[in-house]
Design a protein around this ligand. Structure first.
Ligand SMILES: C[S@@+](CC[C@H](N)C(=O)[O-])C[C@H]1O[C@@H](n2cnc3c(N)ncnc32)[C@H](O)[C@@H]1O
Length: 246
């Protein structure tokens, strides 16, 4: 029963529902995938071993980023993630000599053990931290755990792409490949209320928006990039991406 529930929802953040939506949204998501690729292209990972957290099937993951590693250990709670990831990326990664090892595991609750098992790897949290609040339905605990990550990860080279805000919009379109949609600010500047208002106005936000409790994932001085994501035609997310060197 629990496997069936996981196949469909994977804790409410993945599973069959997510994969079907991702498959049919590929075209609309493409401009955001391009922005993610641009962000990752300027990252210096400092290791050829990557721990990919919540990578799912890598629907929004550019090949160029994956191909920069010799070994990738991919962690996801979704029972479909490994199979679909291999289907989408396996052939290309094998041909470029990248070894991928999949683990069906909770990457957040098991983080200390995972770090211990791979002491020299860098980490990429692949749009997973913004989902924490939907699995752990205690806001104070979620904020505390997300804020503490930077301490647990001290000494590592790591980065994250995560939802910060999401909600209904007036249905405007995301123009393809336009960098004008991204913003480059420090993590501290990101917490400014006027900045959030600018983000919301630019996508035609209306009604009530969700706060994913991720605003303090990065240390205040960290440079971050903000990317819009038209998750549905009239329901958008603002994603924040950042990388911290060891
Ligand atoms: C929004 S999807 C990520 C999509 C992925 N970046 C892509 O390009 O397809 C979030 C993923 O995180 C996984 N997930 C959520 N919480 C997790 C956790 N604590 N540990 C491991 N995986 C988790 C979900 O199963 C889901 O596959």
């Amino acid at each position: 029963m629990s496997l069936l529930r996981d196949l469909i929802h994977a804790g409410g953040t993945g599973g069959l529902n997510w994969h079907v939506h991702a498959h049919y949204s590929r075209k609309r998501w493409q401009p955001t995938v391009q922005l993610i690729e641009q962000f990752l292209a300027q990252v210096e990972p400092q290791s050829d071993h990557l721990l990919l957290m919540g990578g799912s099937a890598g629907w929004m993951m550019p090949f160029s980023w994956l191909a920069r590693f010799k070994r990738i250990d991919a962690y996801d709670i979704d029972p479909l993630a490994a199979w679909l990831f291999n289907l989408r990326h396996g052939k290309y990664l094998t041909s470029t000599g990248v070894t991928v090892v999949h683990h069906r595991e909770d990457a957040l609750s098991r983080l200390p053990e995972i770090l211990q098992a791979h002491p020299h790897a860098c980490l990429w949290f692949d749009n997973v931290l913004g989902q924490h609040r939907y699995r752990i339905r205690d806001e104070a605990r979620v904020e505390r755990e997300l804020n503490e990550l930077k301490t647990t990860l001290r000494g590592r080279s790591w980065g994250s792409l995560h939802d910060v805000l999401s909600g209904p919009t007036d249905g405007r379109l995301l123009p393809a490949g336009l960098n004008v949609w991204t913003h480059h600010v420090t993590a501290k500047e990101s917490t400014d209320a006027a900045f959030a208002q600018r983000l919301l106005a630019s996508v035609g936000a209306k009604d009530v928006w969700q706060d994913h409790l991720t605003l303090k994932v990065f240390a205040p001085h960290t440079p971050t990039t903000w990317l819009p994501w038209s998750f549905k035609a009239n329901y958008w997310h603002w994603l924040q991406a950042g990388w911290q060197c060891a």
